[in-house]
Design a protein. Structure first.
Length: 269
């Protein structure tokens, strides 16, 4: 069993861990990029790009929205929708991806539907979702769910079919059953693909949020941005964009941290 566990982890050298010097350098570069972006933004606003607010104006508007609680309530509403749709999509996508990758019959039955719906933008489902599900929370979450599901299921499926056949054959030679091979070899080897698919699915979920909140929403970052558009309130639109970006970035960093912990057996550059 020790030999089999080793097969499920790494056939080559141990992981190369990033040193503190490289981490500090990466953080410094990130800070430089942020400062440079703010300077370019300020310059564009100063030279007179029509209606473009400068960072201080956006910060002041964010302070107003935070003070009256609007930004917090909108962020929580959007975060709830994204998390629910993303979690439901991921929880369904992973087992379906494993089924498609491990069983040829399941692949033949499910792959046409997966590939078909991949070609349809989730936003195109909104009219159908409104007709079938009404204008409550269900269609909003469903559209986000669909965006997350399609990204994750393809990544999981690809992870299973790309497992090194040498590892599987070696496990069979050692007398492992199909169940053991699946749990000890296929699942660990597929984990990097699954986590990358989850990160892509999370980006798709946030990317679909604003359109999903077109469905008769009364709160949410996307809803607030659409309301601001009616009054040409660019500062509020920028606050919404930045809030979505920050929340999405924080969630992506958490997934990246989980990826590093779960795949620390991989060699890294």
């Amino acid at each position: 069993m020790t030999q089999l566990t080793a097969l499920g982890k790494s056939p080559t050298a141990p992981a190369v861990r990033r040193g503190p010097t490289r981490s500090r350098r990466a953080i410094a570069l990130n800070l430089i990029a942020v400062v440079a972006g703010l300077l370019v933004w300020t310059l564009l606003a100063t030279i007179g790009v029509q209606g473009l607010p400068n960072p201080l104006q956006v910060a002041a508007k964010a302070g107003e929205l935070l003070a009256d609680g609007t930004l917090v309530l909108d962020a929580l509403a959007s975060l709830r929708r994204v998390l629910l749709g993303f979690l439901l999509g991921t929880l369904l996508a992973i087992p379906i991806g494993f089924l498609m990758g491990w069983y040829a019959t399941a692949r033949g039955l499910l792959e046409p539907y997966v590939q078909f719906f991949r070609t349809i933008p989730p936003l195109a489902i909104i009219p159908l979702a409104i007709v079938l599900m009404g204008i409550g929370e269900v269609p909003k979450v469903f559209v986000i769910f669909l965006a997350s599901f399609l990204s994750s299921v393809v990544a999981t499926f690809q992870g299973v079919v790309d497992v090194d056949k040498t590892l599987i054959n070696a496990a069979r030679v050692l007398g492992a059953s199909d169940r053991t091979i699946f749990l000890k070899v296929v699942v660990p080897a597929s984990t990097p693909f699954i986590l990358v698919g989850m990160r892509v699915g999370l980006g798709s979920a946030w990317g679909t949020l604003v359109a999903a909140e077109l469905i008769a929403a009364q709160e949410g970052l996307g809803f607030r941005m659409q309301q601001a558009q009616l009054y040409y309130d660019l500062s509020t639109i920028f606050v919404g964009l930045i809030a979505i970006g920050v929340l999405g970035l924080l969630m992506d960093r958490l997934l990246l941290l989980a990826e590093r912990r779960l795949t620390d057996w991989q060699e890294r550059r």
